[in-house]
Design a protein around this ligand. Structure first.
Ligand code: SF4
Length: 137
């Protein structure tokens, strides 16, 4: 059975930045699901997918945690980011945060501010206290 969607019901597409997932590189580890506060990324059949474009703001906080480099940002026609839909999704899911920690000192995000980074071929989180050491050695 096919579902007919009228042109008026379809979200108008805009050209913008949005997360791209290379399924060939995705190993289904799920690490990218938690950093996506808006709930745009879900695991389906062992692969990460952006199931609702309007929940992805294209900020790319998920990129830093992917161990395989499967995530990137692309610019293409997509449904516009819907802040209200994202807030509703976050409220309905409740708190499902998987805490990340600084790869240098182990500080968790409950105690410090963490930034995603790439270092020596790996995707890592680093706290703001350790960031200068990472930059300047
Ligand atoms: S972090 Fe990368 S490899 Fe892991 S599920 Fe997400 S896209 Fe796939």
């Amino acid at each position: 059975m096919s579902v007919i969607v009228s042109i008026e019901d379809r979200p108008r597409l805009v050209r913008r930045q949005i997360v791209r997932i290379d399924e060939a590189l995705c190993n289904g580890c799920g690490l990218c699901v938690s950093p996506c506060a808006e709930g745009a990324i879900v695991l389906i059949d062992g692969k990460a997918k952006v199931v609702r474009e309007e929940l992805c703001d294209g900020a790319g906080f998920c990129l830093g945690v992917c161990p395989t480099g499967a995530l990137s940002i692309e610019e293409r026609a997509a449904a516009p980011f819907d802040e209200h839909a994202a807030e509703a999704e976050m409220a309905s899911r409740g708190k499902r945060m998987i805490s990340q920690s600084c790869y240098l000192c182990g500080t968790g995000e409950e105690r410090g501010v963490l930034l995603p980074c790439r270092h020596d071929g790996a995707s890592l989180w680093v706290c703001t206290r350790c960031l200068p050491r990472l930059i300047h050695g």
